[in-house]
Design a protein around this ligand. Structure first.
Ligand code: HEM
Length: 88
């Protein structure tokens, strides 16, 4: 449902590492980039390097000025939960 956000663990993020089910995190937020795959000007292969991981560094190396927050607004899943939630 549009507008409902959910926290995503690094473990959950890692499961979505395929072209037809691909999530990545940039600047602490997780996005489903599968719908964007065919539109990425740098190509699907480049975008796929970041699937299932925190792709902030990869992203920043190429185009830190690109406004992901706005471009992927409709693909926004929610904040990346850092660290092991079971550790205390
Ligand atoms: C262009 C890589 C994620 C938007 C490019 C290019 C590369 C690249 C190599 C240059 C293509 C060229 O000049 O021929 C990557 C990598 C990513 C990533 C490694 C993550 C793992 C994203 C995301 C978005 C995005 C998440 C936005 C939703 C763009 C745009 C361009 C571009 C708008 C063309 C404009 C520009 O170069 O300033 N990308 N990209 N990219 N990418 Fe990405």
């Amino acid at each position: 449902v549009q507008g409902q956000k959910m926290d995503v663990s690094e473990e959950e993020l890692a499961k979505h590492n395929k072209i037809d089910d691909g999530w990545l995190a940039i600047r602490g937020q997780v996005y489903n980039v599968t719908p964007y795959m065919e539109y990425h000007p740098g190509g699907a292969e480049e975008l796929m390097k970041g699937l299932g991981i925190d792709a902030t560094d990869l992203f920043n190396e190429v185009h830190r000025w690109v406004n992901v927050e706005s471009m992927l607004e409709k693909c926004h899943i929610g904040p990346l939960q850092k660290g092991d939630p079971l550790a205390f």
